[in-house]
Design a binder for this molecule. Structure first.
Ligand code: ZN
Length: 119
């Protein structure tokens, strides 16, 4: 991802439809992440800022690698839902994952109080 030095605050989302709705219907702070409950799927906001297109880096949190990058601003709820299903199946069936980019998983310890992105 581009912003691998950001610290993220991660909300656990209960299912794929909820995740798709959150991403399609809102703009998020640049330090916001989402983890899909009971799966290795982790999304971290990789946007340059709240005014730009909402870009998310997709991680397999178990293996600690970035597997995709998606621009959710250009995706409908339906497309996001289909993407998550397809992506989870692909990741589950892969013996090894080719990571995208470098830097690995950024910090998921946002810390107390607002940072420069959510102040
Ligand atoms: Zn923040």
């Amino acid at each position: 991802m581009m912003h691998s030095r950001r610290r993220f605050s991660v909300d656990v989302v209960k299912d794929i439809p909820t995740m798709a709705t959150k991403l399609a219907d809102h703009s998020w702070c640049a330090c916001q992440g989402f983890r899909l409950a009971d799966t290795p799927l982790l999304l971290l906001n990789d946007s340059t800022g709240p005014d730009g297109a909402q870009e998310f880096a997709v991680f397999d949190v178990v293996r600690g690698v970035q597997t995709e990058s998606i621009t959710v601003s250009w995706m409908t709820k339906e497309r996001l839902t289909a993407f998550f299903h397809r992506h989870l199946a692909a990741v589950a069936n892969a013996e090894t994952l080719e990571g995208l980019g470098k830097g690995g998983l950024p910090s998921l310890e946002h810390g107390e109080g607002p940072c420069q992105h959510c102040a």
